[in-house]
Design a protein around this ligand. Structure first.
Ligand SMILES: Nc1ncnc2c1ncn2[C@@H]1O[C@H](COP(=O)(O)OP(=O)(O)OP(=O)(O)O)[C@@H](O)[C@H]1O
Ligand SMILES: [Mg+2]
Length: 400
């Protein structure tokens, strides 16, 4: 039995609710081995706080797809324990040692319905090295680097930046995923021009393929007009499902478009997956920079490296005459990055075409690859790649 797993008697310090859930889960048996999920060591990362219970079941990679009924049964059993308000169970595959140079072909079992990568984005030679495994159970064991695109303030261009950087990374030959972590206001369906619903197979969702990358957003799963009234734990649950129950396949990088602020989603991401780092987007205004500073500090506090700052809407570029005006001031983010000791990754102008193409679902990097702005995004993407290759982050341990 793995060390991480304790029987109810073995850990007297475990909170009573967690202990009760652990005991209840002994009735859930793996149909193949006949062992219960506690005794077999499948149960990992059990946390119970304020009636919210979360845990993972670790299963062999090759059986992951057949295990959905077991996951659902475990979730039901946990939810029925007195005192439990909500229960979330996520399946995770055993972490095999990554095979050097393994491509999608090697990592994905044949015949499981995963669409082939578009020819435009072949697997490139440069692969990010994955952080060494930590003690905690990591979601997304086949993703080499997870990068959060964040800001302290809303509306500064995180989603626009995330989409264009993801497309630029994919065009550079990386296997790229793009996760919309904005549960309240998902924007990726519009920015990527996605209409189709993700396909579900064996209880897992297939990401949608577009512009050479694989994408997932809550906006693809619920109707756009559905009011999204989520409480904190539901946000965490939805995010964990999009991380743990989406068949991302092996990826070099998963770009995560974060919601504004420093709330539940930020904490979930920084605690539940091994984030390689965060990129902070800011406009040059003082007020946005104060929030950017808060964002930087939030990630630093949870030991997530800040890979750098991007100044968006850095200056205004007139579509008619090309005249440049510094509407919100200029260079504030560069100066702030220096002050905080984080790298300044680059700047993007406020340009009508960036918004129009984003609204049309055709990111500027894809639609106008020859433009100055596309080159700016590509340069930032190259810099990010270099940073991820050179200095993989240490493991983020799932807390609790
Ligand atoms: N450099 C830019 N030039 C022109 N328009 C831009 C630029 N960056 C973003 N926009 C536009 O600004 C609006 C807000 O951008 P975006 O949705 O990317 O911000 P956000 O930080 O993700 O917002 P939220 O906090 O609501 O998630 C969008 O309409 C987008 O098209
Ligand atoms: Mg956004």
């Amino acid at each position: 039995m793995p060390d991480a797993v304790a029987t109810p008697a073995a850990d007297p310090s475990e909170p009573p609710l967690a202990r009760a859930v652990r005991a209840a889960l002994r009735v859930v048996h793996d149909p193949e081995t006949g062992q219960d999920v506690v005794a077999s060591g499948m149960l990992q990362g059990l946390s119970a706080r304020d009636g919210m219970v979360q845990f993972t079941l670790t299963v062999p990679r090759e059986r992951a797809r057949q295990m959905e009924p077991l996951r659902a049964a475990a979730e039901r059993v946990a939810a029925a324990v007195p005192g439990v308000l909500s229960a979330t169970c996520v399946l995770t595959a055993h972490r095999d040692a990554p095979t050097p140079g393994r491509g999608r072909e090697g990592g994905q079992e044949a015949g499981q319905g995963v669409p082939p990568r578009p020819a435009a984005a072949p697997a490139g030679p440069a692969r990010f090295s994955r952080p060494p495994p930590g003690q905690g159970q990591m979601l997304l064991p086949d993703v080499r680097a997870i990068v959060a695109i964040a800001s302290g303030k809303g509306g500064v261009g995180k989603s626009t930046t995330a989409v264009n950087l993801a497309v630029a990374l994919a065009a550079d030959g990386k296997r790229v995923g793009l996760l919309d972590a904005d549960i309240y206001g998902p924007s990726l369906p519009q920015m990527l021009g996605l209409r189709e619903r993700p396909r579900a197979a064996a209880g897992r969702l297939e990401p949608v393929e577009r512009w050479g990358l694989r994408a997932m957003s809550i906006g693809l799963l619920v109707e756009p007009e559905t009011a999204m009234i989520w409480r904190g734990p539901m946000v965490m649950g939805a995010l964990e499902q999009m991380l743990g129950q989406v068949d991302w396949g092996p990826l070099d990088v998963l770009v995560v478009d974060m919601p504004p602020g420093t709330g539940d989603a930020q904490l979930t991401m920084s605690q539940r997956v091994p984030l390689a780092g965060a990129v902070i987007v800011s406009t040059p205004q003082d007020v946005a920079l104060i929030d950017a500073r808060r964002g930087v500090r939030m990630f630093q506090k949870v030991n997530v490296p800040v890979l750098g700052l991007i100044e968006n809407m850095s200056y205004y570029c007139c579509p008619q005459c090309g005249h440049r005006a510094d509407l919100f001031g200029h260079g504030g983010a560069r100066a702030e990055a220096e002050r905080m000791g984080v790298e300044f990754l680059g700047e993007l102008p406020l340009k009508l075409e960036i918004r129009q193409l984003a609204d049309a679902g055709t990111p500027i990097v894809m639609a106008r690859p020859e433009s100055h702005e596309a080159e700016s995004y590509r340069a930032i993407a190259r810099r990010l790649s270099a940073k991820l290759t050179a200095a993989p982050a240490g493991p983020r341990i799932i807390v609790e």
